[in-house]
Design a protein around this ligand. Structure first.
Ligand code: NA7
Length: 546
C-alpha cells in the first residue's frame, strides 16, 4: 500500500486504483477529514451522494434553515488563513451562507479533486485477507481501501411519516431535508406542515410570512426559545476575528463545545426574584444560553426543571393571543431542555396570524393523506403543498442504510440492534480499520468543534498505523463494552433519558426504533477529549493492532 503523493495523484486520476482511505460523506466532518488525511500524503477518495459539498448544509435547503450555533463558533478553526479570510454575515448564518462557506473551504484547499459526487455508498465489506474494505456504490461500482472513514453525520437519514396515502397526494410535497434547489413559492397557496421539531419551527415561521394559508399539524409541542439573530457589522467581525483564539478555547472548555457554559449555581441557591431576573436575561440573549448556560441542575432536578418549564410556559402564554392555542403550544409530556431546544425568531407569534391554523393531532389524529390534502378524525383539509418536517432516523440511521459487514460478514446493523456499541464513538470491535467521525456514543453539541477533534484523533491513529507499518487497527470487545457501559452510566440521572426524542433513539416511523437508548456520550466534551487522549497515549494500547 502506497502512501506517497505520486500514488495520490495516480489514484485520483484512476478510480479503479485502491485508495489508502475512503471517506463517506463530504459534509463538515468529511471535508476536514479529507484535508487531514491528505496532509499525511495518503491517497483518499470521498464518496458523496449529493452533487455538492456541505452535507447537512447541502441537503437542508428548506425555508428558514439556519444555525442555532453562533456562526463564528461553527466555522473551522484549523486554518488561520481561513479565519482571516472569511467574514460571517449573520450571528446565526442561514443555510445559503453556510453552504457558500463550505464551498469556499472546498475550493480554498482544493478538496474537490478527491471527492466523487453523485456517489451514494450502499455497502462496505471488510476483507480479512487483504485487511481492506470493499466499498460499493449505488451504481454497482466498487472500490477498495485500507481505511474506511464514515463521516455520514448524525442527522442525515431523513424519515417520512408512516401515514397512509402519502404517495397519493397530487399537489407538491417535500421532506425538508430533500428540499429542491429551485425556490418554492407559497404566495396564495394552501400549505401544510407536519412536524414541529427544530426544523418544523424554522420552516413554519418562514412559510407563514407568505403562504396564502398555513396549517400546522402538531403531535408534540416544543419548548422553543428566542434565537435573537442579527447581522454582523464590520466592526463586530473585526472583534470576532481578534478573539478567535479565546472563542475556540472557551468552546473547548464547555460541556457542548458552545460558547455558553453551565452556570455553576443551583436553581435553589438564589431567591425567586434573582432566578426570574436571570431567566429573563437568558431569554433576551442570543443562542443556546438558556439551555446550555442555565443553572447546573435544570436538566437533572425535576423541581428545577419544572420551574424553568413554567417560566417558558408563561412566555408562550404572553406571546400567543388565543389562550386555547397557547395551551396547545405548551409541552405537557416533557420538561424544558429534555429534547433539543428549537431556537425561534417569532415562532409563537405566527399563531396570532389570521392565515395560520394549528391542528393538534393528539386530539384529532391524521387518518390519511388524500390526493387533495389531509384527512384527520374530524375534518378534511385541502392543500397545494405538504411539507414533511418529520425528522431523521438519527445517529445510527445513516449507518443502518449502508450494508456494513465486518469480520466474518457480521452486519453492523445487526450488531447494533439493541443499541450502538463503540469504543469512543470512533471504533467498533469486529470492524477493523473502520473509523467513525462523530459516530454513535461520541459527544454531541456544537458540531464542527467536536468533528474537528474527532477527525484529528482519527488522523492521529492512521498516522500511527502508517508510521509503524500496521495494517489492522481494531477496538477490542472489552474496550467497546467498557466505553458503552461508561456512556450509559454518564447519562444516568439526566432527565432527557426519560423522554422520547431522536436524542434517545426514538423514531416512530422506523421499525426497531421504538425503545429508548443511549445514543451519545453525556459526560461533556472536556471529559470525552481527556478519555480519547488517554487512549492515544502509550501507543493505543487499548486497541488490537497488527
Ligand atoms: P425532530 O426534532 O425529530 O422533529 C420531527 C417532528 O416531526 C416532530 O415534531 C415529530 O413529532 C413529528 N413527526 C414525526 N413523525 C410524525 C408523524 N408520523 N405524524 C406526525 N408528526 C410526526 O426533527 P427535526 O428535523 O425537526 O430536527 C432534527 C434535528 O436537526 C434538530 O434537533 C437539529 O439538531 C437539527 P413527535 O415529536 O415525534 O411527536
Amino acid at each position: 500500500m502506497a502512501y506517497s503523493q505520486a500514488a495520490a495523484h495516480e489514484a485520483s486520476t484512476n478510480p479503479s486504483t485502491d485508495f489508502d482511505a475512503i471517506i463517506i460523506g463530504a459534509g463538515v466532518s468529511g471535508l476536514y477529514q479529507l484535508y487531514r488525511l491528505r496532509e499525511l500524503g495518503l491517497t483518499v477518495r470521498v464518496f458523496e451522494a449529493g452533487s455538492g459539498v456541505g452535507g447537512t448544509w447541502y441537503w437542508n435547503r428548506y425555508p428558514g434553515a439556519r444555525f442555532d450555533s453562533e456562526s463564528w463558533t461553527y466555522g473551522y478553526s484549523f486554518s488561520q488563513e481561513l479565519l482571516e479570510e472569511w467574514d460571517w454575515e449573520e450571528h446565526f448564518a442561514g443555510q445559503p451562507e453556510t453552504e457558500r462557506y463550505l464551498n469556499y473551504v472546498a475550493d480554498k484547499f482544493d478538496l474537490r479533486r478527491d471527492i466523487q459526487f453523485h456517489s451514494r455508498v450502499t455497502a462496505a465489506r471488510y476483507d480479512e485477507d487483504t485487511r481492506s474494505w470493499d466499498v460499493e456504490l449505488e451504481n454497482g461500482r466498487r472500490y477498495s481501501s485500507r481505511f474506511l472513514v464514515t463521516a455520514i453525520g448524525v442527522l442525515s437519514a431523513a424519515t417520512m411519516p408512516t401515514i397512509p396515502g402519502v404517495k397519493t397526494f397530487q399537489g407538491q410535497s417535500c421532506h425538508t431535508h430533500y428540499w429542491p434547489k429551485e425556490p418554492v413559492r407559497f404566495e396564495g397557496k394552501r400549505v401544510a406542515v407536519i412536524g414541529t421539531g427544530a426544523t418544523g419551527v424554522q420552516t413554519i415561521t418562514e412559510v407563514a410570512k407568505t403562504a396564502g394559508h398555513l396549517t400546522v399539524f402538531q403531535r408534540t409541542p416544543q419548548w422553543c426559545a428566542p434565537l435573537h439573530n442579527a447581522k454582523i457589522t464590520p466592526e463586530e467581525m473585526r472583534r470576532i476575528r481578534d478573539n478567535y483564539t479565546e472563542i475556540f478555547a472557551r468552546c473547548q472548555e464547555t460541556y457542548g463545545c458552545f460558547i455558553h457554559a453551565t452556570d455553576p449555581r443551583s436553581t435553589f441557591e438564589v431567591t425567586p426574584e434573582e432566578r426570574e431576573a436571570f431567566w429573563e436575561k437568558l431569554y433576551g440573549e442570543p443562542g443556546f444560553g438558556i439551555w446550555m448556560g442555565n443553572f447546573r441542575d435544570i436538566l437533572v432536578d425535576r423541581e428545577a426543571n419544572a420551574l424553568i418549564s413554567d417560566f417558558l410556559a408563561r412566555k408562550i402564554r404572553q406571546r400567543v393571543k388565543d389562550p386555547g392555542v397557547a395551551e396547545k403550544l405548551i409541552p405537557k409530556n416533557h420538561g424544558f431542555g429534555t429534547r433539543r431546544v428549537p431556537l425561534e425568531s417569532g415562532y409563537f407569534e405566527v399563531y396570532n396570524q389570521p392565515n395560520v391554523k394549528l391542528v393538534d393531532i393528539t386530539e384529532t389524529p391524521i387518518e390519511r393523506v388524500t390526493p387533495t390534502g389531509i384527512k384527520t378524525s374530524d375534518a378534511e383539509y385541502e392543500f397545494d403543498i405538504i411539507i414533511y418536517a418529520t425528522g431523521f432516523d438519527a445517529i445510527t440511521g445513516a449507518f443502518d442504510r449502508i450494508n456494513i459487514r465486518g469480520v466474518d460478514g457480521v452486519s453492523l446493523k445487526d450488531k447494533w440492534k439493541e443499541g450502538p456499541q463503540t469504543f469512543l464513538g470512533i471504533l467498533v470491535d469486529g470492524f477493523p480499520n473502520m473509523l467513525m467521525v462523530m459516530g454513535p456514543h461520541a459527544g454531541l453539541g456544537n458540531f464542527p468543534r467536536a468533528a474537528e477533534y474527532s477527525a484529528d484523533w482519527v488522523t492521529g491513529l492512521v498516522r500511527f498505523a502508517r508510521d509503524r507499518g500496521l495494517s489492522r487497527v481494531e477496538a477490542t470487545a472489552a474496550g467497546a463494552t467498557a466505553w458503552t457501559d461508561h456512556v450509559i452510566a454518564s447519562s444516568e440521572g439526566l432527565l432527557f433519558t426519560e423522554v422520547d426524542s431522536w436524542m434517545t433513539g426514538i423514531n416512530r416511523n422506523v421499525e426497531g426504533k421504538q425503545v429508548r437508548r443511549i445514543m451519545r456520550y453525556s459526560g461533556g466534551h472536556p471529559k470525552f477529549r481527556e478519555r480519547c487522549e488517554a487512549a492515544a497515549a502509550d501507543g493505543y494500547r487499548e486497541l488490537a493492532l497488527a
